[in-house]
Design a protein around this ligand. Sequence first.
Ligand code: NDP
Ligand code: 8X3
Length: 253
Amino acid sequence: MSERTVFITGASSGFGEACARAFAAEGNRLVLTARREEKLIKLRDELVNAAGVHIVQLDVRDRTAVEETVASLPKDFRNIDVLVNNAGLALGLEPSHQVAIEDWEVMVDTNIKGLMYCTRTILPGMVDRKCGHIVNISSTAASWPYPGGNAYGGTKAFVSQFSRNLRADLLGTRVRVTCIEPGMAETEFSNVRFKGNDDKAGQVYTGTQPLTAVDIAETVTWVVNRPAHVNINSLELMCVDQTWGPFAIHRGE
Ligand code: NDP
Ligand code: 8X3
């Protein structure tokens, strides 16, 4: 299979970094973006198998910056075959009546608006070339509510439904869309959610064998490597140590 150009958001850690390593190992050409440039530089230097690596410091919440990043890609990186819309975060676990509204705004701006900006900017080229694959990273939180999941789950529900609606729009274009919905995975996710409280973050995974970033990267490369006529619409995965709970019932006053 000829090499692809793969554009990854949030490539500085976790799933995005693991996707970069996995796509590089297949000899693809990579555009790696995130806010922490020093992490991207280090990663680029390690990806010796890639056909080429272009890094861009990018905050996906900045629509103009997204547009300028795509418009100014070097010639060899311009025809994006795969967009991995991965950048995202959860902030806090407070109930809706106590949460900081700013946290909700950051999650909406990143998980929803940032993903839309990247999609809207990169998709026209895919449609013109009648070739491309958008892989959106959603979450089990899109479908399964939990206390404190409020706006985070809401943003991921958006990602899952937006993915299905993209497929509806893209009928006849040959462009594929996949939504990946992982459960608990050990990355920097919980360190970010708990705002640097690493003890609290570590407790999320204590006594379990959570999913890893590599598990997710293998899933992403698997869906991308299906034959061109096959579209994996959505794929939900959890570690064996995680499953659903019963409905919660309040008794008394
Ligand atoms: P990490 O915190 O390890 O990685 C998140 C990545 O997103 C980082 O590279 C970060 O880079 C980037 N990012 C965050 N905000 C922005 C922004 N404004 N602009 C650009 N990049 C940004 O977490 P994960 O790898 O676990 O998370 C990746 C995705 O997977 C997220 O969308 C998350 O919601 C989702 N997910 C995670 C699960 C888990 O349990 N870990 C489960 C299900 C879904 P930087 O800070 O350098 O900008
Ligand atoms: C991350 C998984 O369960 O913390 O999307 O929402 S969860």
